[in-house]
Design a protein around this ligand. Structure first.
Ligand SMILES: [Cu+2]
Length: 166
């Protein structure tokens, strides 16, 4: 390019750079579209496991038992099923997907402390905070957070079923 004027040399270099940027963007686009990480989880494919009387658990995404891994689980409760006082070593982020979830804070189940969460409502129960719950109508809540997700019962005798191993 020694004999070409400076402006032409600059033009050629600009074109080369533009093609390289375009190529990189195209590669990124293809990668995103083909990513195996994109997967639709169908409601009917969820595997529900009883956790306590009236309540079942299903893993939606991730592995809740793994340390430091994001997870999404769902809990499905039959009308009027109590969740005895318990706590988790991590924050519990709760979204109500169906029905009415009732949640109260404290070490003892107390109907008068229950707060109503309707479908679409969200709350974060801070780690180690003791809480309990109930529900009206068949209720599904979605819980997301960082593993490991563990349920520690304040009084283990309250929860006759062994905790589910998701
Ligand atoms: Cu909880």
């Amino acid at each position: 390019m020694r004999n070409f004027p400076l402006s032409f040399r600059f033009f050629v270099l600009s074109m080369v750079a533009a093609v390289m940027v375009w190529g990189t963007l195209q590669a990124g686009q293809t990668k995103k579209e083909e990513s195996p990480a994109h997967k639709i989880i169908h409601y009917g494919d969820l595997k529900w496991t009883p956790i306590i009387p009236g309540w079942e658990i299903a893993t939606v995404s991730g592995d809740p038992s793994k340390d430091g891994e994001p997870f999404v689980i769902r809990l499905r409760g039959a009308d009027g099923s109590k969740v005895p006082p318990h706590w988790h070593p991590t924050n519990e982020n709760v979204t109500v997907l169906k029905g009415t979830f009732l949640v109260g804070m404290g070490e003892t189940y107390d109907e008068s402390k229950l707060q109503t969460m309707n479908t679409g409502n969200f709350t974060t129960v801070p780690k180690e905070m003791r809480h309990f719950a109930n529900c009206k109508g068949e209720t599904i809540i979605q819980v997301h957070g960082m593993g490991p997700f563990k349920v520690n019962w304040v009084n283990p005798a309250d929860a006759p079923m062994p905790p589910a191993k998701p």
